[in-house]
Design a protein. Sequence first.
Length: 565
Amino acid sequence: MKRNKFALLFALIAFASLTWSFKEDLFLVSKNLDIFASLYKEININYVDETSPSDLMKTGIDAMLESLDPYTTYVPESEVEEYKLKYVSTQFGGIGASTVFIEGKLFVNEVSSGYPAFKLGIQPGDQIVKINGVEVKGKDRTEVSRLLRGPRGTAVDLLIVREGTVIQKQLVRDEIRQPNVSYSGMVGDIAYIRLDKFLENSAQEVQDAAVELNKQHPKGLILDLRYNGGGILQEAVKIVNLFVNKDLVVVTQKGRNPEKTVSYKTNNLPLLPDLPLAVIINGSSASASEIVAGALQDLDRGVIIGQRSYGKGLVQQTFNLPYNSLVKVTVAKYFTPSGRCIQAVDYAHKNAEGKNIKIADSLIAKYKTRTGRSVYNGSGVYPDVEVGATKLSPITISLISKSMFFDFANAYKRKHAAISPATDFQLSDEEYAAFASSLDDKDYSYVSATERLLSDLRAEAEKEQKLTAVKKDLEDLKAKMLVAKKTEVLQHKAEIKRILETQIVSRYYFEKGKIMQAFQYDKELEAAKSLLGNSSKMLAILKGEGAYKTIGDPAKIVTGVTDSN
């Protein structure tokens, strides 16, 4: 009896504390809203120059949300449609062409097969001067998108310049679909599905592709999640369910608000419960991609290949605001079946410089997969089989950023009516030499790491009043560096050639052709194919035998040692 009284007393104290805390929070919210409203009014009335109330409010809101995390954002009414396209829907009204700004001019970069731009002969390299009579000069990308997009069936007039000739085109907008699955097909005797995002119907698209490919009796399936930044959590759960049994927890989200704590389980019998599975990830695989990869790893259902994923373990929810605006709020963290949260950055704390910090080492803990393999929280999803990332040289990055492949690819298309199939296409040495020559009068300059060091050394010598003594040596080194840079187009031929080939292939075979052509050089894909052809190694990894017992051990990673498996 006495024990029951104590329990009741503690419950009443807890309830009273919660009520008091709730009232205190409400008071602080009300107090600070009054202060903010008063300040906002005084600025708008009394500031010396004319102010924009909308701009002031947007700046204030953005600054407030920026202090939380990059994913909590305000969406004004004018940006709602763009938001839905980015985070929810894969459809919009448009012409089926992508554009690029080069030296302040707007050019068609690529066209999509079967859409209005393709049907009316719009070509990569066409310069768009006006859209519906509005000059594009001075417009930014958002403004250009708003001019080109619109309801299906509406007309859009383009004034373009092609090789010095002015051409007028009138197109009728159509419904443009950007599929979640950008490519699926057989790669030898292995099924391959590339999933670019987790928007509406992504699980259905993966299922449809898997059903078709399974008719060809593949030896295994590769799910490629590289550069997939995520999307809708429930779609990720459905995709995992294609490969694992019913009634298994795929992900649990936990928030400060108890209502935001939810576990998501598989609801159906699996479509492919036994087909060997490999999942490819990289440093840009995030959020829903990490839910899929992490769940399949924790459930020992598939082997993860590639590089460590991004490390976004936060869940967002959208709330409606007055005047048709929205706010996207981080409401919870998610946890994979083993109980780990893969969030890599601690947004609740900052260092002395005010920058976000990584999850503290003291908070990194070990978790177990279903068969007892060791995995860790706080650093994304580590692959079971690591394949080193391909890093581009500074000159290649400069050529990409300055659109140096653009003109050559367009000229190549004009000279060659057809090329070999996308999977086989390669440039000859003579053709690459022609590309290198085309750069002679182009500015693709960049500052190399060595040049930065030379600049730092010069500054240090000047500071220590030793510049006169070393000036000639520094100038000699600088001259040698300039000579060396001129040969880098040949030195880095292999990687530059790969990217140039992809650009050219897109002119003939569009997006799918680019993906197929890149298979020739894909290290991660080759590793996945090799593994799926080796059932004993697949089994050893999933059972956690030998070196595969521990995945992503922080101690080894800190000392610069990683599992090469």
